[in-house]
Design a protein around this ligand. Structure first.
Ligand code: AMP
Length: 402
């Protein structure tokens, strides 16, 4: 079955068409600037070139129309007609406490996702627009919702509660949820598969280090803690996000800079992290690495502060699980940036970690980077959230058909 995976943002729509049997990507692409002047679709069939076409896309329904047009195009398309798309898998950012796993989308699910809008006001409404647009263009094609938060729903109360008056949890569901769940689930499963063990039998710490970044602790096959919170702003220092802060800083900056709390939060989301620490130089680790090598002090400080925070979270999760067997790095930085991995692993001597520096230089591949005598195994495991969504979609559609 061919499965269309959709990841819808407020003005963008990413897609991949995946053959569920071979698990190969048949085509992928991106619609940008939806609802804004200069909207365009970039489409790439497997083995072919990327082609960008500027087309007016006043809304997401129009964008989905163009996606289907490209996928069925006689020249750059990969299927003959819509009939060859068996199901659609949607990435949904926030499932609140309502969704601990993926679900087949029906009217009730749509209502429940809408009820989570409050928790992710920038993301969930866009995700819903994506679903409704697909419903219009592809009526009758089964659709599945895969939630970023679902994998973390197994966290115990002591891990997800904030030290706030309990009524805020009861009344507003203010608690830690965690994100990147599809990736943490995929990578921890893959770690077990590679080692030929059951996930239930090993303690794993997954470091998803991309522009957005989070760490999770997986014990007995389940997530027991993760670094992001009510929103993706908590936890690690990221590309542009601050991560953990003393909350009093918000009103302090607001007062000093004459800004609203919302404006300060916006700075914490978009202008902080390694971008902010490097004095606005870059959020990209390649730029920061190069600048640090050329003697840029702020770039060096940004990388040092970033890696120290990751190491501290690893330490916290070793304590939470009373040990760790495997530490896995994934996502853009985790998969590709050997210097970042080295900087983090330098803190892990107490876990008996020794790194094979040559193996660590390999980029973007599944590889064990610790030496055979290392007491804790350290691996690089590329994530594949789209494939994970396609697998979930197939599993649920098959269940429905049984
Ligand atoms: P992601 O959000 O997972 O796409 O990750 C984006 C981050 O990955 C950026 O900060 C990039 O610097 C980093 N990244 C991607 N490719 C490479 C690479 N080849 N070498 C070093 N860093 C990379």
């Amino acid at each position: 079955m061919n499965i269309l995976v959709i990841n819808c943002g407020s003005s963008s729509l990413k897609y991949q068409l995946i053959d569920s049997e071979s698990e190969k990507v048949l085509a992928k692409g991106l619609c940008e600037r939806i609802g804004i002047d200069g909207s365009a679709i970039t489409h790439q069939p497997a083995g072919g070139d990327k082609v960008t076409t500027e087309v007016p896309m006043p809304d997401h329904t129009e964008a989905v129309k163009y996606v289907i047009e490209k996928l069925t195009d006689p020249e750059v398309g990969v299927v003959k007609s819509l009939d060859e798309i068996g199901a659609v898998g949607h990435r949904i950012v926030h499932g609140g406490e309502k969704f601990a796993s993926s679900v087949v989308i029906d009217d009730e699910v749509l209502k429940a996702v809408e009820e989570c809008n409050d928790l992710a006001p920038l993301h969930n409404p866009a995700n819903l627009i994506g679903i409704n647009s697909c419903k219009k263009i592809m009526p009758g094609v089964p659709m599945v919702a895969v939630f970023d938060t679902a994998f973390h729903q197994t966290m115990p109360k002591k891990a997800y509660l904030y030290g706030l008056p309990y009524e805020y949890y009861e009344n507003y569901k203010i608690r830690r949820y965690g994100f990147h769940g599809t990736s943490h689930d995929f990578v921890s499963n893959r770690v077990a598969e590679i080692l030929g063990k059951k996930r239930e039998d090993i303690k794993i710490i997954v470091c998803h280090l991309g522009n957005g970044a989070s760490v999770s602790a997986v014990k007995n096959g389940q997530c027991v803690d993760t670094s992001m919170g009510l929103t993706p702003l908590e936890g690690l220092i990221m590309g542009t996000r601050s991560g953990d802060l003393d909350p009093a800083i918000i009103s302090f900056i607001a007062q000093k800079e004459n800004l609203s709390a919302e404006e300060v939060i916006n700075i914490c989301n978009k202008k902080s992290g390694v971008l902010g620490l490097s004095g606005g130089l870059s959020s990209d680790f390649r730029d920061l690495g190069n600048a640090a090598e050329e003697g840029n002090e702020k770039a060096r400080t940004a990388l040092e502060t970033w890696s120290y925070r990751v190491a501290k979270y690893i330490g916290a999760y070793v304590a939470a699980m009373n040990g760790v067997d495997v530490i896995a790095f994934t996502a853009g930085v985790g998969e590709n940036n050997f210097m970042a991995r080295e900087m983090i692993c330098e803190y892990l001597g107490y876990l008996g970690v020794t790194i094979d520096k040559e193996a660590n230089k390999i980029r973007g591949e599944e590889i064990t980077i610790s030496t055979p005598d290392s007491k804790t195994t350290v691996m690089v495991v590329p994530t594949n959230e789209e494939l994970a969504i396609a697998r979930e979609t197939l599993r649920l559609v098959n269940c429905e058909n049984k």
